[in-house]
Design a protein around this ligand. Structure first.
Ligand code: ADP
Ligand code: ZN
Ligand code: MG
Length: 486
């Protein structure tokens, strides 16, 4: 029998508010431990939560962008469990009446249409964070930093519509780009402001019933998400393949071993004893508020991709890459393209030189890219290439020297004499030299094997350090070969 994988994701996105969801404490990342706390987010007795309506607006934006129905009334509940980083002994979260229901996310990749239903998106507060290092006595004690306690989150829950690790990673990366474009989340998975848990089961192909799932946690990159799911799917397939049963449990991805390991079985899991939060009234949002937020949504990635194709004449694949790869790449592109007046050459440079450098140096955010290479600096290089003043191989050399140094492309060209050479007086002697040195290639060209021509062009270009104008090299070589052949 053949089996298929079934995956549903639960994504926690930290909302970009200045203050927490139920108190006025700040949410700055990296502040000294326990410097952004008050009686409310420390769970001291008698402290009363007051809802941050900016967080509500951001949650509504998420719901709208994902095609959800925004609920006119939603309810906060207490989810009771004990954990050291949860001082109240419960987390305030929306439970059976969340703020957003029933949306979807659709995309096409390599000619295949994908659709994932969004079951719900709800508001909740984050917990604190246990710390095991970075303070005195860390070898004998665990510290708890409550700065994160009460930071607003939206949890987005998908239906079990995903079928592979790759598809789940593609979904998550598209969702991330949408959240960042909405201005509701910074997309930073390393700092934990965007987190993903994956639920996985397998079932006989063609069946519609769901198998027993395992939940995989600790997936803080797209690569890990895909790899953890592939590992987990294979593990479960092996279990059902030998006629055994998958047990319901929570598993942790271990990036070091490349495996998922059992963390706790679901049987031991808590009964959360949810009940409505008595200190908060039902959250009521008016139709007018929802419609005003709908009207204020920014251009979303799908629309932007389409615009890049029509306005800039970019190939579909380039437009998709610019919009979907890294949040903010599209804005970086547009700023640079405006400065160069050449969208095509700008896109080529971004998707070629810039992207490979980002991969090489593990640059994850456009902010990091921008500090190393601001748009106006890159634009100077693109203009030099576009106008034919430097050749493409030389452009790479200039790029490498510009990156992270703050140097101007024009200065590097001048200092190193990297400008393109197109004067015949400079090229012709090299052509003669190459023809003399490669009599075989010349003979074979004359015998009709035109492939030798490319070889000869390559020799001239190489001798001239890539700086010669290839068009002029072609012309001069041709002329010379024909003349001496007479
Ligand atoms: P739980 O009650 O265990 O939290 P939910 O029904 O709330 O489960 O679903 C949580 C997530 O798990 C959702 O993303 C959902 O799509 C996914 N999910 C539920 N059942 C399965 C299953 N059998 N296989 C894979 N994913 C599942
Ligand atoms: Zn507080
Ligand atoms: Mg659930």
């Amino acid at each position: 029998m053949s089996y298929e994988a079934v995956i549903g994701l639960e994504i926690h996105a930290q909302l970009l508010t200045k203050t927490k969801i139920f108190c006025g404490c700040r949410t700055d990342f990296g502040a000294p431990p326990n410097s952004q706390v008050c009686p409310v987010c420390l769970g001291l007795p008698g402290a009363l939560p007051v809802l941050n309506h900016h967080a509500v607006d951001l949650a509504i934006r998420i719901g709208l962008a994902l095609g959800c129905t925004i609920q006119p009334t939603s309810i906060f509940a207490r989810k009771n469990y004990f954990y050291p980083d949860l001082p109240k002994g419960y987390q305030i979260s929306q439970y059976d009446r969340p703020i957003a229901l029933d949306g979807s996310l659709e995309w096409r990749a390599e000619g295949v249409a994908h659709r994932v239903s969004i079951t719900r998106a709800h508001l909740e507060e984050d917990a604190g964070k246990s710390r095991h290092d970075g303070f005195t006595e860390a070898d004998t004690r665990t510290g708890i930093d409550f700065n994160r306690s009460g930071v607003p989150l939206v949890e987005i829950v998908t239906a079990p519509d995903l079928r592979s690790g790759t598809e789940a990673a593609a979904f998550f990366s598209r969702l991330r780009v949408i959240l960042v474009a909405l201005g509701v989340n910074d997309g930073n998975m390393e700092e934990g402001s965007l987190r993903c848990d994956a639920n996985v089961s397998v079932r006989p192909a063609g069946s519609t019933a769901l198998g027993t799932k395992a939940e995989v946690k600790n997936l803080n990159s797209f690569r890990f998400l895909a790899r953890a799911l592939d590992y987990e799917i294979e593990r479960q397939m092996a279990i059902v393949g030998r006629g055994a049963r998958v047990i319901q449990e929570t598993r942790l991805w271990d990036a070091r071993t490349g495996r998922t390991e059992s963390m706790r079985s679901k049987e031991e899991a808590h009964d959360y004893r949810y009940f409505p939060e008595p200190d908060l009234p039902p959250l009521v949002v008016s139709h007018e508020r929802i419609e005003a937020l709908r009207a204020s949504l920014p251009e979303l990635p799908d629309a932007r991709r389409a615009r890049f194709v029509t306005d800039y004449g970019l190939p579909e694949a380039d437009a998709t890459a610019l919009v979907m790869l890294v949040p903010g790449f599209d804005e970086y592109f547009e700023t640079t393209a405006r400065a160069t007046g050449s969208a095509r050459e700008t896109a080529n440079t971004l998707l070629g030189l810039v992207r490979s450098r980002m991969n090489q140096d593990s640059i994850q955010s456009i902010g990091d890219l921008r500090t190393r290479l601001p748009e106006d600096r890159l634009a100077e290089l693109v203009v030099l290439v576009e106008s034919g003043k430097v050749s493409r191989p030389i452009a790479r050399e200039i790029f490498d020297e510009m990156f992270g140094t703050g140097k101007h492309a024009g200065d590097i060209v001048a200092a190193k004499g990297l400008g393109r050479i197109d004067q015949d007086e400079a090229i012709a002697p090299i052509v003669d030299q190459v023809l003399a040195a490669h009599a075989d290639a010349v003979a074979s060209y004359r015998a009709g094997r035109t492939a030798s021509f490319g070889f000869l062009v390559g020799q001239v270009m190489r001798t001239m350090g890539g700086k010669a104008d290839p068009k002029r090299v072609n012309e001069l070589l041709k002329k010379e070969l024909e003349r001496s052949g007479e």
